[in-house]
Design a protein around this ligand. Structure first.
Ligand SMILES: [Zn+2]
Ligand SMILES: [Zn+2]
Length: 392
């Protein structure tokens, strides 16, 4: 059988000088620091020692993670009798022709290493891998508030139905006076060996124990109050603080107000989606408010002082200059909504609306007719005189 380029030659410690530019892979035996005739037990011991040394949680030095991947690959190959034989026979090049990265890790036994492989693989291969024991779920609810609430902040009530920690047993699920016992399935580790799909292929690693859900303990005599669950469903009314300037559609996050976690695990959060009811008078545009200002013809033509309503109930007097056109906007600085980030308040924008009189008194009619003559027109007769003409 041919060998390839001596990469499986006797150990020289060359991996210590590897760099990215080097195409050849370090020898698996060298990586683990074991002789070529090392027993399966020696291989495992060597890997466990090195894995603890390069454990990403313990070793923050640059290159530690990379080393951990290398020794894990070496262990995956050398701990499997058939892969080890192929590697011995063909070396790296020949081995890599026969096995993909996925094959290398498939079926590898990473259990019983004395540390949590799941967390290590998650660190190296990215979040979402494996998945440890779960805390309480996050919950969502919605809350409708008024524009006044946006301006003033303050407290609001929301009702939420959620799993809460059982007061009777303190969350353990064990009948008061008894204690939970060690889980027989995982022997208290909370983790059991399982297969994971990773970028390196299927990996034998640890996941939460199906019997105890990762707690490591089981309840022999359940607490009757919660039937051994440690959690009880309750409906609560919570007072939540509305921040001034909260946007319509914004979400408030209340840490720890979601579902209680199983015993020993963190509680979920409560997300409150805020809806702001439309206001009868004011329209919101971010931190600015818009309000219409009704003006008569004479006010628009001659000018006046008018009161503009403010959201907090008071009003501000503004000067309408003579010759104001319908649709003109007057800006009242700082009279809008407070801003969520604490910066300058928004403005109030007063929109001039010139209203045409619908019902005229006899005197008003006379004055408008006079105005029409001044404009060089014969005033059109009113509705009743039109009607009389038609009736003859
Ligand atoms: Zn209980
Ligand atoms: Zn268990």
């Amino acid at each position: 059988m041919p060998t390839f380029g001596g990469v499986n030659g006797p150990g020289t410690g060359s991996f210590r000088f590897r760099c990215a530019a080097m195409a050849t892979k370090a020898d698996y035996y060298e990586l683990l620091g074991v002789p070529r005739d090392a027993s399966a037990e020696d291989v495992k011991k060597a890997y466990r020692r090195l894995a603890l040394q390069y454990h990403p949680d313990r070793n923050r030095e640059p290159g530690a993670e990379e080393r951990f991947k290398e020794i894990s690959e070496a262990y995956a190959v050398l701990s499997d009798a058939e892969k080890r034989k192929t590697y011995d026979q063909f070396g790296h090049a020949g081995f890599d022709e026969r096995y993909t990265q996925e094959d290398i890790f498939r079926g590898a036994d990473f259990g019983d290493m004395g540390f949590d492989m799941g967390s290590i693989f998650r660190t190296i291969f990215g979040a979402g891998f494996g998945g440890g024991p779960q805390g309480g779920r996050n919950l969502e609810t919605s809350l409708e508030i008024t524009l006044e609430d946006v301006a003033n902040g303050g407290e609001k009530e929301v009702r939420v139905t959620r799993l809460e920690r059982c007061e009777s047993c303190g969350g353990s699920g064990a009948k008061p006076g008894t204690r939970p016992t060690r889980c027989p399935t995982c022997r208290g580790h909370g983790q059991v060996a399982r297969q994971m799909r990773t970028p390196f292929g299927l990996v034998q690693t640890a996941g939460p124990c199906p019997q105890c859900g990762g707690r490591g303990e089981v309840v022999a005599t359940p607490d009757p109050a919660c039937k051994g669950e440690g959690r009880i469903q309750r409906t609560r009314t919570l007072n939540i603080r509305i921040p001034e300037g909260v946007p319509d559609g914004g979400t408030l996050r209340l840490r720890g107000e979601g579902e209680a976690g199983p015993d020993g695990f963190p509680d979920g959060d409560l997300y409150v989606h805020v809806r702001v009811k439309p206001h009868a008078v004011f329209q919101r545009d971010g931190d600015d408010l818009h309000v219409p200002v009704p003006l008569t013809f004479s006010q628009a033509a001659l000018g006046d002082e008018v009161d503009v309503p403010l959201l907090e109930g008071k009003q501000d007097r503004i000067i309408i200059p003579a010759g104001t056109q319908g649709g003109e906007v007057f800006r009242l600085r700082g009279k809008g909504l407070p801003s969520l980030n604490g910066s300058r308040r928004g403005d109030l924008l007063a929109h001039a609306r010139v209203y045409t009189p619908v019902k005229l008194s006899a005197e008003e009619r006379k004055l408008f007719e006079e105005l029409a003559r001044l404009e060089g027109r014969e005033p059109r007769k009113g509705f009743f005189s039109d009607l009389k003409k038609k009736l003859g």
